[in-house]
Design a protein. Sequence first.
Length: 414
Amino acid sequence: MSTWIIEADGGSRGNPGVAGYGALVRDPEGSLVAERAAPLGRASNNVAEYRGLVAGLEALRDVAPLEAGDRVVVRMDSKLVIEQMAGRWKIKHPDMQELARQAQAIVRELRELGVEPEWTWIPRASNGEADRLSNVGMDGETVRRDLAPRQGTSPEQDAATGGEDASDAVVGVTEVEDTTHTPEVPVDTPEHRWQLVLLRHGVTRFTETYRIDGRGGTNPPLSELGLAQADRAARELGERLAEPAAAGRVAVVTSSLQRAQQTGGAVARALGVEPRTEAAFDEQAFGDWDGLTWQEVDARGQGLARSFARERDFVIPGGESHDEVAQRVLEALRAVGHRAAQEELHTVVVAAHRIAIMTVLEAVLGVDYPRSWTLGQDPAAFHTLEVVGSDPVEGFAELSGLNVRHHLHDLPTR
């Protein structure tokens, strides 16, 4: 019985952004026998990782003379891809469902040969060669290199015929010493675990008078009550996160709107960190409705407020639809997750707005719009999510705290 190893990876500079994948195959002696890399244009990190997996499986099919009973170990540093391919996690995103089907088609071919793949998570540090190849792909280069012939052919024959494609020509048959080979890591070894805190800003004079205020509007500061609420939230989170903050493992991100920056700024000061601004977490743009009450909106056309609250694609005159908000917010959320994984953060606090936060909860919890309006979100209250991996949406995230507001118990809501 022989053991063949696939190592695969993918990356995206921006997530989504400039993307590429890399994959390699090692033979039973641990020697490198195939390398693959290619650019993908603009894609998400998860899509790139799946493309790397498919490329690795295709490379194995190209170079490995497999026999019944052989082992194929697939190693990746993506807990998401490994768990989904092993059938333990659901695949929710349509793009990844299609790529998973491509991978599963090759897996079925392997099973017909009597070979059952094993899905193994490895730490990023142990996936260096595949990571290097994925960066080659992100740099715009394509690699298709086979370092050993299939059984039954000579190097000269393979080079002369070019294999199935001229790009498959053998470029060398000398065994390459495996300097990155590491012992298998148990499949239940976790990816980076971190906490996401979604904090709504304190009240403004608009909040207190039930007036609409979104991106591109008046942008009022916190009121006196709002400042008091922000101070309470800062004290609460400062106490909760004192230990990881002291270790430099907490980050604060705010929207670009003044009320969120004041609220997030208070939390950042309590934690001793510098907040970062991410405008993609801004409140929905309400356009012509900015500064109005909902009664005044309905006075402009009966049922407008109802349409806004029930239809995801309803576009406010001069403003945004809910779908447009969700697209920018979830892109920013994935960037936050990537940072949390890269910097091994314990917690990221995002100070934002009701609808921005609502879109995150919709995606993570699978709650449909408009039912998501039933999720309580008081000013200066927060939600907590325990996240595994770099993508709270496509990976695993558990809601551990909803509308936490006990720190505001003796303050009015508005």
